[in-house]
Design a protein around this ligand. Structure first.
Ligand code: NAP
Length: 320
């Protein structure tokens, strides 16, 4: 069984930053990339608010640069999903879905969050066949076609704005009459000639078949019976669900599954969980800010906490 100082679960902004710091501290971190290497940032078209990039930077490019930087200092990366983690004495036993079992002295959970689903009839059957949660990935399939975006936050505005590059019309369906998105994103969407809004309404069913794709959605509202709205695609922009189940027995979580860290006396304690040696950072913890830069900051803190804890013990022989 291979034995490590630091295993990092997740390869988004938080995971890569933790890897850079842990690798520079000579801890030879092993990073598990999970199902979506690069996390949500790698699916973002343009990042305009990450310091140091006055002209913006592509999300995928930014994440690739972070990975390269971590590898330069000695971090190693593996594809794989962690199934379960157990604490045994001063070590964690990490069981992978492919059957591999590893030992680590510290674990940094940076597994982020996945796109929330509407959980309505037709959605699961047509996911990937006209239902999508990633305009950057699937937008180009909708050239000169009409699409619907659900949600009223920044994700929904970003999805809708990106889709205007291809689609002839983008309808944003929002369950209230006010947007949650930041002012700048609201303004861009509200002013865009290809975007129209349907307020106080929600999608109650997705119509279509896996062969022909999405043909429409049933739209419900308080005052009217559900009616069919024809569309070629449905994009979900309704927030995210944290990926924290695999450590559920070792951490406290809130009602939505976000990991609760210890309310600390110093800012760095925001990455400590109730299990010593298990740190959590980025979107799996943070339901409020959820920015690339704040995730990176937490990744840094998690690695420095792990380093401090390990400094008081002899290092493990890495790699078996
Ligand atoms: P969010 O802010 O939580 O917004 C989710 C939206 O989906 C809300 O408008 C919500 O409606 C709606 N919604 C949730 N569940 C729904 C359901 N079952 N049916 C219909 N509508 C539903 O999530 P987000 O937009 O993903 O943003 C998350 C964070 O990331 C935010 O801090 C945001 O600023 C940040 N972000 C930033 C950028 C950027 O700066 N470019 C891009 C993306 C995300 P209600 O409003 O009624 O609750």
């Amino acid at each position: 069984m291979s034995e490590h100082n630091v295993i990092i679960a997740g390869s988004g902004c938080a995971g890569h930053t933790a890897a850079i710091y842990a690798a520079r501290a000579d801890l030879a971190p092993l990073v598990f990339e999970g199902d979506e290497p690069g996390g949500q940032l790698s699916l973002t078209s343009e990042v305009e608010n990450f310091p140091g990039f006055p002209d913006g930077v592509g999300g995928f490019e930014l994440i690739e640069r972070m990975k390269k930087q971590a590898q330069k200092f000695g971090a190693t990366y593996q594809y794989g999903r962690i199934r379960e983690v157990q604490k045994e004495g001063s070590h964690f036993t990490v069981s992978m879905e492919d059957g591999q079992v590893l030992k680590t002295r510290t674990l940094i959970v940076a597994t982020g969050a996945r796109a929330r689903k509407l959980e309505v009839p037709g959605e699961a059957e047509l996911f990937g066949q006209g239902v999508s949660s990633c305009a950057t990935c699937d937008g180009a399939f909708y050239r000169e076609r009409e699409v619907v975006v659900v949600g009223g936050g920044d994700s929904a505005m970003e999805e809708a704005l990106f889709l205007t590059r291809f689609a002839s019309k983008v309808t944003i369906i929002h369950r209230r009459d006010a947007l949650r998105a930041s002012k700048i994103m609201q303004d861009r969407a509200l002013k865009h000639p290809k975007i129209v809004f349907l307020w106080n309404s929600w999608v109650s069913e997705v119509k279509g078949t896996p062969e022909e794709g999405v043909t429409g959605v049933m739209i419900s509202s308080k005052d009217k019976p559900p009616e069919l709205f024809k569309t070629d695609g449905l994009f979900l922009g309704i927030g995210h669900v944290p990926n924290s189940d695999f450590v559920k027995d070792l951490v406290d979580r809130d009602e939505d599954g976000y990991i609760r860290t210890i309310p600390g006396h110093t800012p760095t304690e925001i990455v400590k969980t109730r299990t010593p040696g298990l740190f959590a950072c980025g979107d799996v913890v943070d339901r409020r800010f959820r920015q690339a830069i704040s995730a990176a900051g937490m990744g840094c803190m998690a690695a420095m906490e792990a380093e401090e804890l390990l400094a008081s013990h002899a290092p493990a022989s890495v790699g078996t």
